[in-house]
Design a protein around this ligand. Structure first.
Ligand code: DGP
Length: 116
């Protein structure tokens, strides 16, 4: 079964896509955590961060550079933003197609709760 993100990338499911090139697609999160919440997704399916290899180095840097450009485009570069990759169950990953969250547009508070 293709992931929901693979289907969005192929245009089979609707999304608010804000950027696409031959390596990555970026679209707005369906349940945004902040005024800007964009997912930057590799066009090829890599299930989790654990599945990344040396061959993916250019792809990973592409994801970061696109995130930086989109942050500027969204007007949040100066105020600040957060980039997150969740991995597997305890990392809070819900969709098993690698993605980078770009979140900003409001004060985000501490990175993670310190009570555990
Ligand atoms: P994660 O927990 O890191 O796997 O984040 C998955 C994110 O994907 C979550 O914030 C909600 C978002 N999401 C899930 N399904 C869809 C969808 O069909 N469309 C869009 N745009 N976002 C989705």
């Amino acid at each position: 079964m293709p992931t929901v993100f693979a289907r969005i990338i192929r245009g089979e499911l609707p999304s608010e896509t804000v950027y696409q090139d031959e390596w990555v697609t970026a679209f707005r999160d369906i349940v945004p955590a902040a005024p800007t919440h964009i997912l930057i997704v590799p066009n090829k399916v890599i299930p989790t961060m654990n599945d990344v290899t040396e061959d993916d180095a250019d792809l990973l840097s592409r994801m970061l550079l696109v995130a930086k450009e989109l942050a500027a485009q969204e007007g949040i570069a100066e105020s600040g933003y957060r980039l997150i990759i969740n991995c597997n169950k305890e990392g809070g990953q819900e969709v098993y197609h690698l993605h980078l969250h770009l979140i900003g547009g409001r004060p985000l508070g501490p990175m993670i709760s310190r009570s555990w």
